[in-house]
Design a protein around this ligand. Sequence first.
Ligand code: GDP
Ligand code: GDP
Length: 440
Amino acid sequence: MKKGGLPRVAIVGRPNVGKSTLFNRLTRSRKALVEPTAGVTRDRLYGRVRTEDREFILIDTGGLLPGEEDQLTKLTLEQTRAGMAEADLILFLVDAKSGLTPLDEEVAEILRRSGKPVLYVVNKVESPKDEEMASEFYRLGPERLFFVSATQGRGIEELLEAILERLPEAPRGEETEAIKVAFVGRPNVGKSSLVNRLLGEPRMIVSDIPGTTRDSIDTLLKTPDGRCYLLIDTAGIRRRSRTKKVLEKFSALKALSSIKACDIAVVVLTAEEGITDQDQKILSYVEEAGRGCVIVINKWDLLDGRREEANRLREAVRYGARFVPYAPIITTSALTGRRVNKILQAIDQVYSHFCRQVPTSVINRALQEIAAERLPTASTGRKIKFYYATQVKTKPPTILVFTSYPEEIPESYRRFMVGRLREYLGFHFSPLRVVFKERP
Ligand code: GDP
Ligand code: GDP
């Protein structure tokens, strides 16, 4: 997914050398400023680094997926190749504390064969002894080694300068990435009416483009102030064709694929029916897919002047959707147009939390407080300890918690922790994943 004209820099290296720490450090260094950008794939994290006069995209290839520890070698090599294919410059990160490993040599070999420019960066260099260890990496044959400590910030400004030197000149782009949005819901809840309302607002710029999912058309919507939304699978929604009946047969499947392809699902219900079993199914699919969610109760005009009923309905929906407590609820009328543009505001709000990256230090402080409040009880009676936690990806935000016996932590405790972390870290409007992992 090559996009935009910005140069791209990928951090590769085996697990635990500090890729995500360096990613955070670089995107947060004094001169640079990071913005969440669209385009996080399942295992890669993208950040935009801006300096005074330059800008580039930084890619962290290290998003570890739960349950794949046994495949680390394969995964590392795959991620290296993927990073290489995408990037203009590679940061090959190795670890001074653990020294040169066979996997490092394998990665180096792949990089050499690619012919791409590579900076060799030795991380965790914090003492003269580390420096001695670090020199071992000259065996990989680099012109120069950069010694850094991602946690302490050592050598980072120098590294950033070296990166900028090697990047192709590119103008600072103003392009914003589109938020991918899917409108889903039962037939006749008013999806077409809502989308057509949105697209029909004055000064919106609308263009059709080939779809994200198979055989589909997406619609790019640009607001007057330059915000971009990619409405997924909108062809069927926009043209209210006579073949609608036939289409509906396939619409459930279609909805599933657009949920997979989106960042944020707008789940449309109606004031007429409230929240039905079918609606809950759709919502739980969105939850399982880990997408952001906005709940729209449409046809609110039907409740005009019936305040008590309106309040009761809103509460019923909140309750029926209690397994997605992070989904804001908007009430609209596509018929009158009332509050339809609130949908975009809600999407923005959800998206900002969906893309947020929280520093490890903040997460660990929260972890301590949560552990002090309540610890899980293992079925075996063994003592469960938490060591540390870190956010390994965004979209959805995913926090890895290192612990003594991950498999013995009850599901109820995981839910408790998700709720507490959501509060402490301010992920109010986004799904949040917590994965327990045995301490390496
Ligand atoms: P990744 O798997 O390559 O993304 O590695 P992480 O960024 O998750 O870091 C793995 C571990 O190394 C974490 O415990 C980090 O705190 C630690 N770490 C990262 N950078 C440094 C560093 O510069 N010095 C030290 N001592 N530890 C570091
Ligand atoms: P879709 O199948 O979800 O795309 O639903 P449509 O947009 O085709 O709407 C289904 C029916 O509900 C149409 O007859 C619309 O006129 C009607 N409708 C849509 N939105 C509203 C609304 O906000 N209020 C009322 N009263 N009717 C609506």
